[in-house]
Design a protein around this ligand. Structure first.
Ligand SMILES: [Zn+2]
Length: 217
């Protein structure tokens, strides 16, 4: 936010005692439990740089974005599952909902920033709905296998947002907080159950050719 930063600089020139308060703040420890770092330089944040950045990106100082390597391997399990269950009514309904959301985001969102972000993602990445569903399911597969990887609701909101609208360099809070909860409310239960089932099937039948014959979850 360069606008905000330059405003801050102007204010600091006018009020030199703020400079002292900033320095004092920097000498304080980060408020994140167990973190020994000092608070961010030139900021009144109560967090160190890492935790502040994490909070700004994901909405939670606790949540560390899931690494691409974990998402990639969970996605391959999710892909197998979605392909094996392509005729499942729940998955078909999920694809329909995603289709409406991308074609006509105004059906679900009011904020123009959210609508533009969804339209941009659709135009830029020529969205394949099945890929979106696979990415979403991959997040829930990780959540099922390793619950600690997604620490809280904000962390889940961030991961769901990122899976739905990938490749966005900017991460406007409004978009994250609209798209994430919308998907979680509409598809969270289905994705939770599908993830559980996908993991179960993989354990039961590690051979992909036999896995495809199962059709219920
Ligand atoms: Zn910290």
């Amino acid at each position: 936010m360069p606008g905000r930063a330059s405003q801050l600089r102007r204010r600091l020139r006018a009020r030199p005692h703020d400079q002292r308060r900033l320095q004092e703040n920097h000498l304080e420890p980060c408020e994140f439990p167990g973190c020994d770092e000092r608070r961010e330089v030139n900021s009144f944040s109560k967090l160190c740089r890492l935790h502040k950045t994490r909070h700004q990106l994901t909405g939670s100082a606790w949540h560390k974005p899931l690494p691409q390597s974990a998402l990639k391997s969970a996605r391959s399990l999710a892909r197998d599952f979605v392909e094996a269950h392509s005729d499942h009514k729940g998955l078909q309904a999920a694809l329909r909902l995603l289709g409406i959301m991308f074609v006509s985001p105004r059906s679900y969102f009011q904020d123009v920033r959210v609508i533009v972000a969804v339209e941009t993602a659709r135009n830029k990445h020529a969205h394949d709905l099945q890929h979106v569903l696979e990415r979403l399911l991959a997040v829930y597969v990780i959540r099922h296998l390793k619950p600690a990887a997604i620490t809280d609701d904000d962390g889940l909101t961030f991961e769901v947002y990122r899976a739905t609208l990938p490749g966005q360099n900017r991460n406007p809070v409004k978009v994250r907080e609209a798209v994430g909860p919308f998907i979680i409310e509409a598809l969270g239960l289905l994705l939770t159950r599908a993830a559980r089932r996908a993991c179960h099937e993989q354990q039961q039948q590690p051979n992909p050719s036999t896995r495809r014959s199962r059709n219920v979850f």
